[in-house]
Write a protein that binds this ligand. Sequence first.
Ligand code: MN
Length: 204
Amino acid sequence: MAFTLPTLPYPADSLEAAIDKATMEIHHGKHHKAYVDNLNAALEGQAALQGKPIEQLLRDISAVAEGIRQKVINNGGGHANHTMFWEIMSPQGGGEPTGTLAEAIQSTFGDFAAFKGKIKESGLGRFGSGWAWLVAQHGKLSIVSTANQDSPYMSGQTPLLGVDVWEHAYYLRYQNRRADYLEAWWKVVNWNEVAKRFAAAQGK
Ligand code: MN
C-alpha cells in the first residue's frame, strides 16, 4: 500500500501566531507531498517494505536494500518528520506542558525555560538543514539534532517533539532570523499531543 499525504489537522492560516499561511501551504502541499511521492517511488515493487508503518520502516532502516536506503532515509524520514510536525502544533497550542511530561522535563533539564533554551540552542546549532528534537529512549528524555530528514527512529529514539529548521519552514516570514522563528514557534506547540507521545513511548 502506498504512503499518503495526511491532511493538515487545522486550516493552513490558523497557526499565524507563529507560521504564515503561505509557508504552511507550500510546506505541506509541496515539500511534504514530494517526500511522500518520492518515498513511494523508491519503494516500488518492494511489497514487504510498503506494508510497514513509517515508524517501523525507519527503525529497521538496515533492512532496506542499500541501493534505495538513502532515498528511504531522506523521503521516509521527511514523511515521518512532517507528519509529526503537523500533529504537535495546534491553533490552541502554546503554554506549558502539565503532568508527568512536565515533571520529566523539569527533572531532566532543570525547568521549562531551560528546556526551551536547549531546544533553541540545538536548532540554531544545526548548520544547514535539519531538525531539533525532544526524544525519549529507555525512559529518559534528551534533546538531539539531526541533519536533513534523518529521523530519531533510526537511532532507536522516539521523537516526542520536533521543530523543523530547514529554511523552507520559516524563510517567507523570518528570512534569515531562525532564532525569531524558534521563539515564536512555542506559541503553537500542542502539548496535549506531545504528552500523548510521551505516554506511548514508555517502555520503548
Ligand atoms: Mn520541512
